[in-house]
Structures are given as C-alpha cells and as structure tokens.
Design a protein around this ligand. Structure first.
Ligand SMILES: [Zn+2]
Length: 165
C-alpha cells in the first residue's frame, strides 16, 4: 500500500509557473479552500507575511500526472489542485510541500530550479517534480528548504515587480 502511494507521489509533477501580464484584470472571489488552510498558515508562519490575493481551489481534473498548478497575473494568483489526486495522497508532509511549492510560484513569483538527478540531494522545493526524497528530507529538516525558498524570493519578486509596474 505504502509502495503504491509513494510511487504515485513520485510521478506527480507539481505544476508550472505561468506569468501572463497580458491577462485582463480578473476578479478573484474563489478564496482558499478549507483543505489548504493549514498549509497556507504554516507557509505564512515561515515567511513572516500573509498570503493575500491568491486563491487555492480544487478542480475536477488536471490532465496528466500533474497534481497542482499555479498561475499569476497582476490581478492575483490562482492555484488549482486536482481533487481526486489530492484525496489519494495521505502523506501530510507531501501535501505541505506541494502547496508551498505552488505558493512559491503564485506568491513569491519563484520559477523552477533544475531537477536534481538521483545522486544529488534536493536543495529546493521549487524543483519541478516533487520526489519522495525531497518530501522525506523536508520532513526531517525543513530549515535549509525554508531558507532557500524565502531568500531566493526577494530577487525574483523584485524583477517581476518591475515588469508589472
Ligand atoms: Zn512548479
């Protein structure tokens, strides 16, 4: 059972960044689904700021082995999570990493870092595919991942802010 679950997680891609500054302004009323609140709260605690103007919603299906995706525009961020894939995932740390990864895109405006090969230790939750090793390492010691996530944020946010200005 565990083995099946772990290999499912291995195959999930966490999604991709889509910054589309050409988008027409949208009104975001979707909010954050209750299922994600605890992960958003822990993200805010680690970050030291509140997540605003970002919606996190369930959708019926995202094609392929993608569990979640994120998009950003001047009107706000949107994170979509495939409900059926989310519900078969019972590993709380994996859920946390996935939501934090998408918030990295939608809120911190982070892009992906290169995917490490199998012999390398993960250094960032912004690698494109969330692997068992990443989640396991994060669960043992999240400190380096938290430092990397929020330290890198300052540069990319500043760049994007100039684009939006
Ligand atoms: Zn991603």
């Amino acid at each position: 059972m565990t083995r099946i679950f772990l290999s499912l997680i291995l195959m999930f891609s966490a999604g991709c960044l889509n910054v589309n500054i050409e988008d027409e302004p949208q009104i975001n009323h979707l909010g954050i689904d209750d299922a994600f609140h605890e992960y958003v709260l822990s993200f805010e605690e680690a970050w030291g700021h509140q997540v605003t103007n970002t919606d996190i919603v369930f959708v019926d299906s995202i094609p392929g082995m993608v569990l979640a995706d994120a998009s950003t525009s001047p009107s706000g961020g949107l994170i979509r999570v495939d409900k059926s894939k989310w519900l078969v995932n019972h590993w709380d740390t994996a859920k946390k990493v996935i939501i934090w990864h998408e918030l990295g895109h939608a809120v911190l405006l982070r892009d992906h870092v290169p995917q490490p090969d199998d012999s390398e230790a993960p250094v960032s939750i912004m690698q494109p595919i969330i692997t068992v090793r990443l989640v396991s390492d994060f669960g043992k010691d999240p400190g380096p991942f938290i430092d990397e996530l929020f330290e890198r944020q300052a540069d990319s946010a500043a760049l994007t802010w100039r684009c939006f200005d």
